[in-house]
Design a protein around this ligand. Structure first.
Ligand SMILES: Cc1cc2nc3c(=O)[nH]c(=O)nc-3n(C[C@H](O)[C@H](O)[C@H](O)COP(=O)(O)OP(=O)(O)OC[C@H]3O[C@@H](n4cnc5c(N)ncnc54)[C@H](O)[C@@H]3O)c2cc1C
Length: 379
């Protein structure tokens, strides 16, 4: 018998949909509620390093992601003029049957996850969330915002970085904090010869190109944004182009193609880590809600997916729920903390360098390399 029979998943993002699939694979009944009436995701891409593909393979979805995306072997590092400085190959150590990295658009990833959750028999409801929940001896009683109610053995909260469930359980001490940097993204046609992802290092920022399909890529730009300025009402295409001022070469050539302000995806970088344990009783918080990371290691979604797959695996066991949740924390906390801390450290070093501060201890490239390798280890 499985540890639980019925679960409620909160949030139809990357973690929530993955959790729904992972729990259904164990035969556990799953209701999933998503606050948005219609699931919309911004159009830019997501990088799936090899450990993400390992986790997705455990629930049978890695192959679909690779087929819908664009594999790439690693990162080619350039200066701001586009001269190649070095190649930084990535590894397939976690899942040798899969490429070191896969770039995929968010709409395609969400379609794969939503279709899989629905096909697996999860009941997805949109425009609905938790109104109240109360834990009793044999389950959590939930009243939903649409007036319906239900009793569950476990609530898995994957409601993202501004998690309402985290706030209800742990208060507002763990809200994500702005780290000082922002990231800009824009989709562009992919040049046929862009086989590797490309990074371009300027004195005040870094830019990159990530393949997403045979014909599509996205440009990323990481900048320091003192004071976390509001971008409301600004022409975002102009803002992004202006911040690309120090780039010539390929990035300089692509710059004039950034014209549609609505297609620019800008996000201030934020970070938080909920201390262990991420649960109270039968309610567990996972994904960005428990650990929001800056994107320096491209591991945010990876960590949400690993959390969700492990929750499914553990809940399929015939063992007491508290012991399984303890095991979940043992296997997830240090790893997630490592991602949050390492990503944040890379950002701090970048900001120092871009401000002209020489820190002899700084080694962002080295940390990126060793951290990515470390994350290939089993957990
Ligand atoms: C622009 C950008 C680029 C990124 N690129 C990468 C990358 O390349 N690689 C990578 O690994 N990670 C990347 N990340 C991080 C990654 O997107 C997140 O780590 C990941 O989406 C976390 O999944 P999640 O399910 O925890 O949260 P989300 O995917 O944010 O999903 C949360 C869901 O919960 C819903 N929700 C919120 N509140 C409620 C509520 N009260 N009730 C019900 N539903 C609710 C939301 O509407 C949403 O659908 C990127 C993030 C951003 C912003």
């Amino acid at each position: 018998m499985t540890a639980i029979q019925k679960a409620l998943v909160v949030g139809a993002g990357i973690g929530g949909l993955t959790a729904a699939v992972a729990l259904r694979r164990q035969g556990i009944a799953v209701d999933l509620v998503e606050i948005k009436p219609v699931l919309t995701v911004y159009g830019v891409g997501i990088i799936q390093p090899n450990n993400t593909l390992r986790a997705l393979d455990q629930i049978g979805l890695a192959r679909a992601c690779v087929e819908a995306g664009q594999a790439f072997p690693g990162w080619r590092i350039h200066d701001a003029a586009g001269n190649v400085l070095m190649n930084a190959p990535s590894t397939s150590e976690a899942a040798p049957a899969y490429p070191p990295n896969n770039g995929i658009t968010r709409p395609k990833l969400h379609a794969i996850l939503t279709d899989a959750a629905t096909a697996a028999g999860a009941a997805l409801r949109f425009g609905v969330t938790i109104d109240q929940f109360e834990e009793g001896a044999s389950g959590v009683d939930v009243r939903f915002t649409n007036g319906e109610s239900g009793r569950y053995d476990l609530i898995v909260a994957c409601d993202g970085l501004n998690s309402d469930v985290r706030r209800r359980l742990f208060g507002d001490a763990y809200e994500p904090q702005f780290t000082g940097q922002g990231v800009w993204r824009y989709n562009l046609p992919r040049p046929a010869d862009l086989e590797w992802a490309a990074l371009f290092v300027a004195p005040d920022s870094k830019a990159g190109l990530v393949p997403l399909s045979p014909t599509l890529m996205y440009m990323l730009l990481v900048t320091t944004e003192p004071g976390n300025p509001s971008m409301k009402g600004l022409q975002m295409a102009d803002e992004m182009r202006r911040r690309l001022g120090s780039y010539t070469g390929l990035i300089g050539q692509l710059k004039p193609l950034i014209v549609e302000s609505d297609a620019v995806v800008y996000r201030p970088m934020e970070s938080t880590l909920l201390p262990s344990p991420w649960m109270k009783g039968r309610v567990v918080v996972i994904g960005d809600a428990a650990h929001t990371t800056t994107p320096h290691l491209a591991q945010g979604a990876a960590m949400a997916i690993e959390d969700a797959v492990l929750i499914g695996e553990l809940m399929g066991r015939d063992a007491p729920l508290p012991a399984l949740l303890d095991e979940f924390m043992t296997r997830r906390f240090a790893r997630s903390k490592f991602v949050v801390d390492s990503s944040r450290q890379i950002g701090v070093w970048e900001m120092e360098e871009w401000a002209g501060i020489h820190n002899p201890a700084a080694n962002p490239g080295g940390l990126l390399h060793t951290a990515t390798l470390a994350l290939m280890a089993a957990y």
